[in-house]
Design a protein around this ligand. Structure first.
Ligand SMILES: Cc1ncc(C[n+]2csc(CCOP(=O)(O)OP(=O)(O)O)c2C)c(N)n1
Ligand SMILES: [Mg+2]
Length: 436
């Protein structure tokens, strides 16, 4: 049945192949590497049969050379973008994945902050781009996720120009549906397949984010409706302030109170990983990402449970930065035992378990839609004791103050740590719209 693996992997990868010659392994690895990074990055697959893998071969130059990114902006496209921006009164800047990937090729993310300040542009960012501009910035309109962020929903309907910088109209943008039909959409993205997809882009280019950023940096400050821009960002701040209600701090805590307490206790360079479920939906709209690579949205992958391993990976990739994993009780149980790996390899992450003793994000809409829950309850577990049994640190925290103390004690322990927090099971803004 040789070859079935390649057939199985083909629909879910950008490139899938079998290597039949030992001498050609480096060539195939380079080829796979290039496919992985070309345009929209994604997974690739190589099958190497055991006899090919174990045969002797002459050593060759190491594979996996960096893949260059970043086409230049054609003069005509630059002129079109300049003209469109000059006419815009209510432009919205959406910063996407490619801005992050181009950092690997030398793009300075600080250019983004400089250009939004130069032109007074309101901005939003999503996925890997979150934190390229510190989200505490006063022009920030929150995460792009329009299903959860009503302010972005309204802003995109009102905007007369949307600058999609290094992204495409995907699910977080509701495939472009909220964007006004009259709005001019300018899009740069390195993969032709994603230009104008979902919603027509009036100006679409495969030029780099860096080249579009350079154009904006070189332009005279735009004459936009600053009052609209400021009101939009202010609306997001008001929305954020109202997220949890007044009783957020009463036990059991509202998820937002837990997220705030965990974030406030940690330094600015902390990497946060959010698991899927209610935890993710609340975290994604609440967290203010303070720098590049400071936030991994685990739920983005669709499958719950990989969050503790993601955290260990983040710590291995950036050993100097603290890592906090925010995860639900259901999600934790999948791979909690990887705390053992974290301990053995000296990767001290802090896992904050937001425990509602439920498959929360399924339970709440289920009850709402069908009037009852089915098989949604999860037992109370001694998660701190479990962490301690694997050589880690474990503690329970029920109040905001206790969470702060627990995060500091966890950090001081120098061990993989677990902070167990009972939380309320509340419908998230995302599930309110999406439903079950
Ligand atoms: C592997 C896998 N199984 C099931 C699901 C469906 N699912 C998504 S979130 C969720 C509930 C997660 O519960 P928990 O981790 O406790 O988080 P909560 O929603 O309670 O905050 C389930 C069952 C999934 N996404 N992936
Ligand atoms: Mg739960």
């Amino acid at each position: 049945m040789q070859g079935e693996h390649v057939r199985i992997m083909t629909p879910v990868t950008k490139f899938a192949a079998r290597v039949l010659d030992t001498e050609r392994i480096p060539e195939y690895i380079e080829m796979a590497w290039r496919h992985m990074w070309a345009g929209r990055p994604g997974p690739v697959f190589l099958e190497i049969p055991i006899n090919v893998l174990s045969a002797a071969a002459e050593p060759q130059a190491p594979a996996g050379a960096p893949v260059g990114r970043g086409a230049g902006l054609a003069p005509r496209t630059a002129a079109e973008i300049t003209a469109a921006l000059a006419k815009a009164e209510r432009p919205m800047l959406v910063i996407g994945d490619e801005a992050r990937w181009e950092m690997n090729a030398g793009f300075d993310h600080e250019d983004l902050r400089t250009l939004v300040e130069r032109h007074g542009l309101p901005f939003t960012s999503l996925r890997h781009a979150r934190g390229l501009i510190d989200e505490r910035h006063e022009q920030c309109c929150g995460p792009t996720s329009v299903l959860a962020n009503k302010v972005m929903q309204k802003a995109l309907a009102e905007a007369d120009l949307v600058l999609l910088l290094g992204h495409y109209m995907e699910s977080d943008l509701d495939f472009g549906a909220p964007v006004s039909e009259e709005a001019v959409v300018i899009q740069c993205y390195p993969d032709a397949e994603y230009l104008g997809r979902g919603r027509h882009s009036d100006i679409a280019t495969m030029a780099s984010v860096a080249s579009v950023a350079d154009l904006l940096l070189g332009m005279e400050p735009l004459e936009i409706d600053r009052a609209w821009a400021e009101a939009t960002a202010a609306a997001w701040r008001a929305e954020r302030a109202a997220q949890s209600g007044d009783d957020a701090g009463d036990a059991p805590l509202h998820p937002v109170a837990v997220i705030d307490a965990a974030c406030d206790a940690m330094p600015d360079d902390t990497v946060f990983v959010a698991g899927a479920g209610n935890v993710d939906f609340w975290t994604d709209g609440r967290i203010q990402v303070k720098g590049p690579n400071r936030y991994i949205k685990g739920g983005q992958g669709g499958a719950i449970g990989a969050d503790v391993p993601y955290g260990i990976g983040a710590r291995a990739a950036d050993p100097d930065s603290p890592v906090v994993v925010l995860v639900g009780d259901g999600g934790l149980a999948y791979h909690a035992v990887e705390l053992d790996t974290a301990e053995r390899y000296g990767r001290p992450i802090i896992v904050v378990v937001m425990d509602d003793q439920k498959w929360g994000c399924v339970a709440v809409p289920q009850k709402q839609d069908y009037g009852a829950e089915f098989e949604m309850d999860l037992p109370e577990r001694d998660w701190p004791g479990f962490a301690r049994s694997l050589g880690g640190f474990g503690v329970r925290a029920e109040t905001v103050a206790e969470i702060g103390d627990a995060m500091r004690a966890a950090t001081d322990s120098g061990k993989p740590a677990l902070v167990h927090v009972p939380v309320r099971c509340v419908l998230s803004p995302f599930m309110e719209v999406v439903g079950f």
